[in-house]
Design a protein around this ligand. Sequence first.
Ligand code: GLU
Ligand code: ZN
Length: 549
Amino acid sequence: MDRKELADLLLPGITKTIEDYEKMYPERNLSDGAIVTRYAPSPTGLPHIGNLYQAVISRKMASQTNGIFYLRIEDTDQKRLVEDGITKIIKSLNDFDIKFDEGVTSETTETGIYAPYIQSNRKEIYWAFAKYLIENDMAYPCFCTEEELNEIRQKQEKYKSRIGYYGRHARCRNLTIDEIEKRIKNGDKYIIRLKSPGNFEKQFTFNDCIKGKMELPENDLDIIIIKSDGLPTYHFAHLVDDHLMHTTHVIRGDEWLSSVPIHTQLFRMFNFKVPKYAHIAPLLKDDEGIKRKLSKRKDPEASVTYYHEQGIPTEAVILYLTTIANSNFEEWLDCNKDKSIDEFKMEFKKMSTSGALFDLDKLLNISKNYLSTLKASEIYDRVLKWSSEFDLEFKNLLEKYKGKSIAIFNIEREQAKPRKDYASYSDIKKQVWYMYDELFDKETKNYEFQKITDKEEIKNILNTYISKYYSSSDDNETWFNKMKEMADSLGYASNMKEYKLNPDNYKGNIADISNVLRVALTTKTTTPDLYQIMKILGPDTIKKRFELL
Ligand code: GLU
Ligand code: ZN
């Protein structure tokens, strides 16, 4: 039997060759410098914000070079798959409006000519590539049982050798074709291993787009390329897919950095062009002075669903992730307020090499700024959409009182220096609840009266105001003048300067009085503009709320 026959025996039923696949998946017709990259998650659970961070960077690098960004699903580890894993990945990208040019579009659909983009549907392709290695004596079947592998490890531990299946420890590496044939006839189970040509004593150097020059030992492990279930390992699938899909840049988490010697070795064994590698440092959290990786287990903000649930606008998250990716982005944004983020040029060289701090407060600040730039009607549309999913009570109120709601959101908005009080859609109800009778009435009220706390005095101020000074048709100036008049008449200073000169001449000042009104209407001492609040609440509500006190 020759090696070709051996390959057929080990991986039977394959009709296509590597050349056939190369014809099926031709070079991409793109301009010079176009980056072709991918997001290649495993559908093993809810995505981490770090995955999204990678996707944002990859999308951006591809877009700004007129390249391609595609979604590939890496599901070769079938034991770790979760239900609806692919749906969750796609939803997380959709939620953040990250569009891909080709790849998987649902559990059962995909788009693009380099399909299939789900690895478990590419088995024959991997086998064709593995057969090539077997035919050329660069891969071999390994029949080792669990016990034999344990034995090898125990020996290595005993003699303090490096652990792994390599060199003289690789028992099946030098089996003859006859021996292999015999064992197969015997029904022995096998997997396929790479016959690594590497030398661990030698250093392998490469240039990472982000981390710069790296030096690691060559790979000499006879890594598994085809597993017992017939599917490839991650390493082997990476070689085949990124070759056939013509990936120019592999942008991924730096937990894969140490695999570059294996990956480069694989590409070279096939005489394929090695893609460029860009390893992204993890997102870190400052945990009481100690920096550690953001963890889905410990940090709610590590899950991508958190942002959607909290109603933190997508745009703010993308802005913040871009800020972390390239530290000069913030300054650029400051100088280019009218430009779109698309005009910013992201660079690998400006990315952190060791780890970037993820600071939720900073993100929320960016979000406040961002939301303050939107029109009231846009806030309305967004909070309505958000609440349809997460707060039906608020959704119903928004629908019932559309015009009023937009007026509420418009208080101190659409002006040169708008208020910046909402960081998320879920913040809004928490801040404007008192504007809706339905919410105000059911609340247990915790009135925050400050300077004036005497019940009789409060009643007196409210009654005087309603009976003598209130008119729902007053404009802002008239309203304010009447407040001053009332202050004077009740023995409070209407002029702050005078009050400061002679505080003892007065019971208090105009601010104390308006605060009584403010608290009576909203329970709060700090609110947006009181005049506008009163305009929107209207006479019936105002009277009703005053009577409660
Ligand atoms: N499936 C791998 C992961 O989820 C992809 C790594 C890569 O991008 O090459 O980490
Ligand atoms: Zn073996």
